[in-house]
Each structure stands twice: as structure tokens, then as C-alpha cells.
Ligand binder design. Structure first.
Ligand SMILES: [Zn+2]
Length: 255
């Protein structure tokens, strides 16, 4: 790293849990973000801030005025633009040294594999089960870890999955097959508090960093299959283990 890069990441490098080796790993990493909404926006800010060298941003949505209350990288000037393209522009302004690719498209069962190719971790903060399951199955098939983050009103859920590894569960082990064709309740119907979804997004960024740092720094404990459930009202955090489902069509057949 050049002196200006060392300077930029000095507060990471001085942390014993990250260190120079950890920062070098982050700089060499490729993260794919699925969804640049309430979870993806703050997650992207902290991943870009961490110096993740390559970012692939996927979202087929367009920015609306009602997004600005929580989707922190967008401004009124972005209304009507593609979220993926505007998010990529944000990254280029924030740190021109990062390589960023935008895909203004929806992840489907047919496209997931090619869209996530080459990722060190996929961070999924999208808004529907069909996409989440397509992303999870593609991650298992490609041997790519998945950071999954979701929010329902004041309950956030964040977990790292490594369904491609024996004895580890995948996202499909967690939710089952029932949701393949179903969209979850949308923010438009239920409402969402900006600061709450921001907590979930930054929690997810932290979790993705744990995956990336595995084997390079002590922060690199991905806690595979541990689902962290954030209660934003109390507030409180509880953790439960998601066991691998021996009948799972996503991961057990792939082993
Ligand atoms: Zn599974």
C-alpha cells in the first residue's frame, strides 16, 4: 500500500484485531452487494470505507423520494436514477481507488451464478425471498460465503452462511422452500425506521468483514450459521444457531 493508503486505513491497521495483514486482505477482496436499499446503502458506505478493493453492486430499482429517509447514499438529485448506477457513482466519489461495477438488473435463478462470480462474500440485503433464495443457492453452488441481512419492522436478522462447507447450514436451511415464489411484506406496506435499518446494514457490513478476514486477522471469525436477531425497540440482541437441514435442496445436494 502507498503512504496515502496507509494513512487512510491507519485506524484499522493499528487495531490488533485487523492489523496490516487484515487491511491487506480487505484491499484484495471482492464483495458483491445484492440490494442497495436501506440495508445495502449503509453497508456499502462501511465496506467502501474499509477499502474493499472491488465492489459489485446489483439492484434493478429506481430511487424514489421516499427512499431518502433511510437509503443514506442517495440525494434528491438521484431521484429517478438507477440505484446501482447512483451507488457506483457514490463509490467513485468516495474513493476513486476502488473498482466498482454496477448491474441494473434483478437477480434470478438464471442470472445469479454469473452475477456473483468471483466474489469473496456476497452481502444480500434485498427485499424479497425469491431473490434471497436464488442468491443463496448460487452461493452454495459457487462455494461463496453469504452474509444475509433482513429487517421486519423493528426486528433485524443478520447471519453468515457457508452452506458449501460440510456441516454448515445455508439460508435455505433457515427459511425452507416455501418462499421461492413469494415476495415478503414490503416497507411500503409496513413502514420502516431509517436508523433501525441502518443498524442492520452496518451490522451486516461488520459480518461481511468477519468473513473476509478469516485466516488473516483475529476479527475473522465468521460465526457461520449463527443468526443474530436484533430487537430495535428494547433494544436487545439474541443469537440462535441455524442447523443444516439434511433435506435442504440448496446445500445438502451440492455437497
Ligand atoms: Zn441448506
Amino acid at each position: 500500500m502507498t503512504p496515502d493508503r496507509l494513512d487512510r486505513f491507519a485506524r484499522h491497521i493499528v487495531l490488533p484485531e485487523v492489523g496490516g495483514a487484515g487491511q491487506a486482505r480487505l484491499v484484495a477482496s471482492h464483495v458483491v452487494l445484492v440490494g442497495l436499499g436501506g440495508i445495502g446503502s449503509p453497508a456499502l458506505q462501511y465496506l467502501a470505507g474499509a477499502g474493499i478493493g472491488r465492489l459489485t453492486l446489483i439492484d434493478d430499482d429506481v430511487i424514489e423520494a421516499s427512499n431518502l429517509q433511510r437509503q443514506t447514499i442517495f440525494t434528491p438529485a438521484d431521484i429517478g436514477r438507477s440505484k446501482a448506477a447512483a451507488a457506483a457513482d457514490w463509490v467513485r466519489r468516495f474513493d476513486p481507488a476502488l473498482v466498482v461495477t454496477a448491474h441494473d438488473t434483478r437477480v434470478t435463478r438464471n442470472t445469479a451464478r454469473s452475477l456473483i462470480a468471483g466474489a469473496d462474500v456476497v452481502l444480500d440485503g434485498c427485499d424479497n425471498f425469491a431473490t434471497r433464495l436464488a442468491v443463496s443457492d448460487a452461493c452454495v453452488a459457487a462455494g461463496i460465503p453469504l452474509t444475509s441481512a433482513a429487517l421486519g419492522r423493528f426486528q433485524g436478522q443478520v447471519a453468515n452462511f457457508a452452506g458449501h462447507r460440510e456441516a454448515h447450514s445455508c439460508y435455505r436451511c433457515f427459511v425452507g422452500d416455501a418462499f421461492d415464489a413469494e415476495d415478503c411484506d414490503t416497507c411500503a406496506d409496513l413502514g420502516v425506521l431509517g436508523a433501525m435499518v441502518g443498524m442492520v446494514g452496518t451490522f451486516a457490513a461488520m459480518h461481511a468483514l468477519r468473513v473476509l478476514l478469516e485466516g488473516a486477522a483475529t476479527l475473522g471469525d465468521p460465526q457461520w450459521g449463527q443468526l443474530h436477531v436484533l430487537d430495535g425497540l428494547k433494544p436487545a440482541l439474541r443469537t440462535m444457531r441455524i442447523a443444516a437441514d439434511p433435506e435442504c435442496s440448496g446445500c445438502r445436494s451440492a455437497l
